[in-house]
Design a protein around this ligand. Structure first.
Ligand SMILES: [Zn+2]
Length: 546
């Protein structure tokens, strides 16, 4: 197998892809290089920008050089790294057709020595009707089928493109059918327009639809993904490779890329970037250069920034912080943040496909953080694999103290002592309630990630509602004979009180509540002891804030 996965985080992977011109690490960004003219010579890309792979266009080479003998794409570009070639599909999208056949361009890519080659697919594009989109899927599958005997045993890695555009059911079908054919790499076609229009939520749906129907042991390429601010999103969803000309196109338009957005050079007072171009020059000096020089230097900056962001993503995977990077980048643009929120639809999938976390502390900022696999995993385990201690039939649900692990906090120790004095330590099950996890049984409070997380204070309403819903879910089917609630007096406590009230009425279990701004103070513990001794409930329903 040419592809080996070495580390994972979320659905992203750090891998190695073996090609006939050497092994490259993934995720990898392939800058699109014009075969006829380069602002940054490919040799410099390798030496100064650490570009170990690039992509160029076999169709343009064929039109320009035709059947020139001994043509080798590495020599043509003066580049010893890995060269991928596209087949002219993009030209079909832009010009409506190409002057070649699928067989011709396939043979041509073999002849010029491409390391990674793409069959000539038929891109769906953004404006295609459903019928037209369906046809592009069928036509691409027909061409893929016809290509198989022609590429069998070839040393290049061959890419099977997935089409379907914004029609998610078509993307699924296209991926399912393509997966039956033994391509080395699978790729999602025609999302360029989706990305240009910043329709990142559609992109999330497209990538998920393709990825979930493809063999996980093969690399997955995203065509036309070029803005560094979306690299972490693409990788988190399982993209191993992407290519784009954005670094050069933006430069021509005098736009300056950053991992958190885009600026026009004319609007910049400073160059907030550590790359050699931006350290050497001021924004003013850059503006005063000749147009050619300015565009060249902007191209260099844009490429530096893109390559550095790939390294940031790789580092995040290796230390298990890809989610943190993804959340930070998502704040760059509302469209990206919408994509982050879209992940809530795929919580179960993300949890199933994410590796065991590396035990790193976890940050919960707001409801967007709820799609983290650690949250889903705790809730799933609580529902599927957790039983309360059988003799502990009375639930004492207390607001989580400030110190973690909750089960080792001085507050909990005092409570435990009080229960022991009453001889009730075994009949009472102490659970903490907290956002975002909902219920944390005392005996689980030291397990990951229940004592290794930090949450914003106060959390947003959506997160608090999510957590209180989890409290209600926890109560279902546990067989408690009584619920005692020791609650605080904030927004979240009121929500928990309400859902507990509803759940206990539904389940026919008695509920007693003590509510206090500081539910852990000594007086409240005395009241709790009284309640456990069975004093009439009426006298113990404490009022607001004591
Ligand atoms: Zn720079």
């Amino acid at each position: 197998m040419a592809f080996e996965v070495r580390d994972r985080d979320l659905m992203g992977r750090l891998g190695r892809l073996r090609t006939k011109s050497g092994t490259i690490e993934t995720p990898v960004f392939l800058p699109v290089v014009n075969p006829l003219y380069q602002r940054i010579p490919p040799r410099r890309m390798m030496e100064e920008f650490k570009c170990r792979a690039l992509i160029t266009n076999a169709y343009i080479i064929k039109r320009h050089y035709g059947d020139e003998p001994m043509l080798d794409v590495h020599k043509l570009l003066d580049y010893e790294g890995v060269v991928a070639t596209d087949s002219g599909a993009y030209q079909i999208l832009v010009y409506g057709g190409v002057e070649t056949t699928p067989e011709e361009i396939l043979a041509y890519q073999r002849r010029i020595g491409s390391d990674i080659a793409v069959i000539l697919d038929h891109p769906t594009g953004w404006r295609a009707s459903k019928r037209r989109a369906e046809w592009t899927v069928e036509e691409t599958l027909r061409r893929a089928e016809a290509a198989l005997p022609l590429i069998e045993g070839d040393k290049a890695l061959w890419v099977g493109p997935i089409q379907g555009g914004k029609y998610i059911d078509l993307v699924e079908r296209s991926a399912r059918e393509m997966a039956r054919m033994p391509f080395d790499i699978y790729a999602l076609g025609s999302p360029t327009e989706v990305m240009e229009r910043y329709m990142f939520t559609v992109l999330v749906d497209m990538i998920v639809a393709a990825k979930t129907n493809l063999p996980p042991d093969r690399p997955f390429h995203l065509f036309g993904a070029g803005h560094p601010m979306m690299f972490s999103l693409a990788v988190a969803l399982g993209c191993d490779m992407f290519d784009s000309a954005a670094y050069a196109i933006y430069a021509k338009d005098e736009r300056y890329l950053l991992p958190y957005g885009t600026s026009r050079l004319k609007d910049l007072s400073y160059l907030p970037c550590p790359c050699p171009v931006c350290r050497r020059l001021t924004a003013e000096e850059l503006r005063e250069m000749t147009r050619g020089e300015r565009v060249r230097l902007l191209t260099e900056h844009n490429l530096y920034i893109s390559m550095a962001e790939v390294d940031a993503v790789k580092q995040a995977i290796s230390e298990g912080s890809l989610w943190e990077l993804l959340e930070a980048r998502s704040r760059s643009h509302p469209a990206l943040f919408s994509a982050l929120k879209r992940l809530s639809r795929y919580r179960d999938l993300i949890e199933r496909r994410s590796p065991t976390p590396k035990g790193k502390g976890m940050f919960i900022f707001d409801s967007a953080s709820l799609s983290r696999p650690q949250v889903t995993r705790h809730l799933r385990r609580l529902t599927e694999n957790y039983w309360r201690p059988p003799e502990a039939h009375r639930l004492l649900l207390v607001k989580a103290p400030r110190t973690k692990p909750y089960g080792r906090s001085p507050q909990y120790r005092r409570l435990l002592k009080a229960l022991e004095e009453l001889g009730e330590a075994s009949s009472v099950h102490v659970c903490f309630y907290d956002a975002p996890f909902g219920v944390i049984p005392e005996e689980l409070s030291e397990t990951y990630p229940l004592s290794q997380f930090e949450a914003t204070q106060p959390l947003d309403r959506e997160t608090l509602e999510f957590a209180s819903t989890q409290v209600a879910r926890y109560l279902e089917g546990r067989g408690y004979s009584q619920v005692l609630l020791l609650a605080g007096a904030e927004e979240f406590d009121a929500l928990v009180e309400r859902v507990c009230g509803e759940a206990c009425r539904r389940l026919g279990i008695p509920l007693s509540t003590i509510r206090d701004r500081d539910p852990w103070n000594g007086g409240r513990l005395e009241a709790l002891k009284g309640m456990l001794k069975g004093r009439p409930l009426g006298g113990l329903q404490m009022g607001e804030a004591g």
